[in-house]
Design a protein around this ligand. Structure first.
Ligand SMILES: *Cc1c(COP(=O)(O)O)cnc(C)c1O
Length: 371
């Protein structure tokens, strides 16, 4: 029989268990009401989420990938346009661009896994319409530099904030810098629902209204259609669950940070650990270490009951889907090296102190005995 690991990579059931009565109460209320989509629960979540992100507006959508895709569509991105994205990200950053018919322009990242602004600048041409920085691992991308480059070159900025709900850059929440901020409520994200979900923030009423159309069949009201849109809505039950969880998010993020800072302190003699700059408030959606002994360490930890993952083992330009773009190995040396050396350690609010110690002890054991 397979024993469950001493430290699983995630344990979503624990969070549900802690808020079970509240969640069941909402599921029951909405089930009886019959208002399963486009209800007040959804608009309430949009208000709460906008407020949480220091933005004027938010629109809830079906998932984080659609948040990016519908934002690009609403900004009029189409064939012949170029959008710059970091080459180290989840695949949704790429398909959202390709889905609009635009060309994906990858650029390399820096040591902190986030997009390199100098390379953004170097890749701008007359077809470039926008740049989509990703706040990867929950750490804010260098927004001052990116916003300046965008302004100087008349580009829009879409913040892929899927991994960074609640993160701050110079005290300002991510998702409030660009024309829009895109978030995911996927089960693996710090703020998650019991299924798929996404949300977009903005201070621009016009773009918000456009996205509202795109997410709901292009319908202005029940009968009148202004554009051939999509269907990408957040269910009422998921919105109600997101409303419950938003109340606890800051305390969960603090717990992510405490664990991360403790890992940093205890493991910095053994591996490269993420360093947080004074102007950053990272929410450590992932805690990613770097070591030349990655594969051996991962196998060792697995044997000792510590589950880890690699985010991400294949840089976007080396994905099969990217072949038509004509990139090759060697084009993005930082991301390519990181792909071989990165390892995501377990980090989530429900981890016990004892589990955190196990991760640290076993990592140290590996370097003491195996290397
Ligand atoms: C999770 C994620 C997405 C996509 O979110 P889904 O809700 O799974 O569609 C997009 N970008 C990044 C960086 C992500 O981590």
């Amino acid at each position: 029989m397979n024993q469950s690991p001493r430290v699983p990579f995630v344990n979503l059931g624990l969070q549900y268990k802690a808020h079970r009565d509240e969640i069941i109460g909402e599921i029951d209320r909405i089930s009886l009401s019959g208002k399963y989509v486009s209800s007040d629960d959804v608009s309430r979540f949009e208000c709460n989420f906008a407020q949480y992100c220091d933005c004027e507006w938010a629109v809830a959508v079906g998932n984080g990938g659609d948040a990016l895709y519908l934002s690009l569509l609403s900004l009029g991105v189409s064939n012949g346009d170029e959008i710059i994205i970091p080459v180290n990200s989840f695949v949704a950053s790429a398909w959202a661009v390709a889905g609009c018919g635009a060309r994906i322009v990858f650029v390399d990242v820096r040591e902190d896994f986030n997009i390199d602004p100098e390379l953004v600048l170097r890749n701008i041409n007359s077809k470039t319409k926008g740049v989509m920085p990703v706040h990867l691992t929950g750490r804010p991308a260098p927004m001052n530099e990116i916003m300046k480059i965008a302004k100087d070159n008349n580009l829009f900025v879409i913040e892929d904030s899927a991994q960074a709900v609640g993160a701050k850059y110079y005290e300002k929440k991510v998702g409030s810098f660009g024309i829009v901020g895109c978030f995911s409520l996927h089960p693996l994200k710090n703020l998650h629902v019991l299924g798929d979900g996404g949300v977009i923030t903005s201070n621009d009423k016009e773009i918000i209204n456009k996205i509202r159309l795109w997410r709901n069949h292009g319908l202005k009201n029940r009968d009148e259609c202004l554009l051939w849109g999509r269907n990408s809505r957040l269910d009422s039950i998921q919105a109600a669950i997101a409303n419950i969880k938003l109340k606890y998010l800051d305390s969960w993020n603090e717990r992510f940070r405490n664990i991360a800072h403790y890992y940093t302190e205890k493991l910095s003699d053994y591996v490269i650990v993420p360093q947080e700059n004074a102007h950053e408030y990272s929410i450590f959606h992932r805690f990613i270490i770097q070591t030349g002994h990655r594969n051996d360490l991962q196998g060792f930890l697995q044997n000792r009951g510590v589950e880890t993952k690699v985010n991400y083992p294949i840089p976007l330009h080396l994905q099969y889907a990217a072949q038509p773009l004509g990139y090759k190995r060697g084009d993005f040396p930082v991301a390519e090296r990181q792909a071989n050396e990165i390892l995501s350690l377990p980090v989530y609010a429900e981890m016990t102190d004892a589990q955190v110690e196990i991760v640290i002890d076993e990592t140290k054991n590996f370097f003491r005995t195996k290397v």
